[in-house]
Write a protein that binds this ligand. Structure first.
Ligand SMILES: NC(=O)c1ccc[n+]([C@@H]2O[C@H](COP(=O)([O-])OP(=O)(O)OC[C@H]3O[C@@H](n4cnc5c(N)ncnc54)[C@H](OP(=O)(O)O)[C@@H]3O)[C@@H](O)[C@H]2O)c1
Length: 333
């Protein structure tokens, strides 16, 4: 329901509503305002009508069970859950399409003729009260898929359907979206390719599952590693910390809980502006145990190793989604 100063809300179709789609939908269904709202009254409000599609009967049932409370109410927000055979009708109805299936499923999805027709059908030509009177907005969360690569799969313009009917925004959330603590990159689009208010809208959508950062296209591979791979890197570091503690008699479960709370506290300190070097300086005293442990990490080349892991990840991220399908994680010279 829109207020007098607010535009009516658009319809969002989540195509491939798996783990990440579900996390985003959970956030968007939450009616609590975000703390960092950027959308102005000139912009469309967040979607309040949702369509979610998924492929297998098992996933479909999982979604229906998870969102039972929303699908059985007739008041806003409304959610319709459909099988992937209904992708064309879901996309036709939607103003915004969230592309949330696996990266490997994208070529077959976007080159499907019925889906292409739906993507290119601007609903503003067929209804008089269109809440989103402009081209369909395709928001991708697929890792490794650049905007250019996505565009290359879409049909070439025809006299009746022009490619200008689709605007694409590339984004990348991370695994903490599941607890509304993602850091999501919103790629800054090339000038003139996307309306500025649609970038604001995408940003506000992702602020429902955490924080956002606007990233230039050439920085997306680096963000993919920093935002996307860091949880796995930290996971390995946590395992090593806990193994060390277990080796000298500490309980494994207890050790994991201790380190998790430490990470939460350190994360908040860093977000509050604490410099990482100060975390080290404030935690070390002459002849102390932290300094002793740090000496071992420095001797082992931890900094160089971690930075190299980031650089290797960025190299691989830049080669993902290549058309020749060649695996890029082989050994290098
Ligand atoms: N998970 C993360 O931490 C993370 C982080 C950043 C970005 N991403 C991106 O988010 C996307 C989804 O990842 P995810 O972890 O949520 O994967 P996921 O749980 O496997 O979800 C993908 C969903 O897409 C469905 N699907 C596949 N083909 C479809 C089609 N043609 N039409 C409709 N639905 C279809 C799958 O259905 P079935 O299960 O029935 O096959 C599944 O429910 C990926 O592109 C990934 O790169 C994920």
């Amino acid at each position: 329901m829109s207020t007098p100063n607010q535009s009516p809300s658009p319809t969002l179709a989540i195509i491939g509503c798996g783990k990440m789609g579900t996390a985003i939908l959970n956030g968007l269904l939450d009616t609590q305002p975000t703390t960092t709202t950027t959308t102005t009254n000139n912009n469309p409000s967040l979607p309040r009508t949702f369509i979610a599609t998924t492929r297998s009967p098992t996933s479909l049932q999982r979604l229906k069970t998870h969102f039972q409370a929303t699908t059985t109410t007739s008041t806003s927000p409304t959610l319709t859950i459909l099988p992937s055979t209904s992708n064309p009708s879901a996309i036709l109805t939607a103003d915004i399409i969230l592309l949330a299936c696996d990266p490997t499923d994208i070529p077959s999805l976007l080159t499907d003729p019925d889906i292409q027709t739906s993507l290119l059908t601007n609903i503003s030509t067929s209804t008089t009260s269109n809440p989103f009177p402009r081209p369909k907005l395709l928001i991708s969360i697929a890792a490794g898929w650049t905007t250019t690569a996505l565009l290359s799969l879409l049909p070439k313009p025809t006299p009746t359907h022009t490619q200008k009917n689709i605007h694409i925004i590339r984004t990348l959330p991370n695994i903490a979206a599941e607890i509304a603590q993602s850091i999501t990159a919103i790629e800054i689009p090339s000038p003139g390719t996307v309306l500025p208010e649609d970038v604001d809208l995408a940003e506000e959508m992702f602020q429902k599952i955490g924080r956002t950062v606007r990233v230039r296209p050439e920085q997306m591979d680096t963000f993919t590693v920093l935002g996307g791979s860091t949880p796995a890197f930290v996971g390995v570091f946590v395992e090593a910390l806990v193994d060390g503690a277990v080796a000298v008699g500490f309980g494994r479960e207890e050790g994991r809980r201790v380190v998790a709370q430490v990470l939460r506290g350190v994360g908040d300190l860093l977000l509050g502006g604490e410099h990482p070097a100060l975390l080290k300086e404030r935690g070390t005293s002459p002849g102390g145990c932290t300094m002793g442990g740090l000496m071992v990490l420095e001797e082992g080349g931890l900094r160089g190793l971690v930075a190299r892991a980031v650089r290797e990840g960025v190299t691989v991220a830049g080669e993902m989604g290549r058309e020749d399908g060649k695996l890029v994680n082989g050994t290098r010279n």
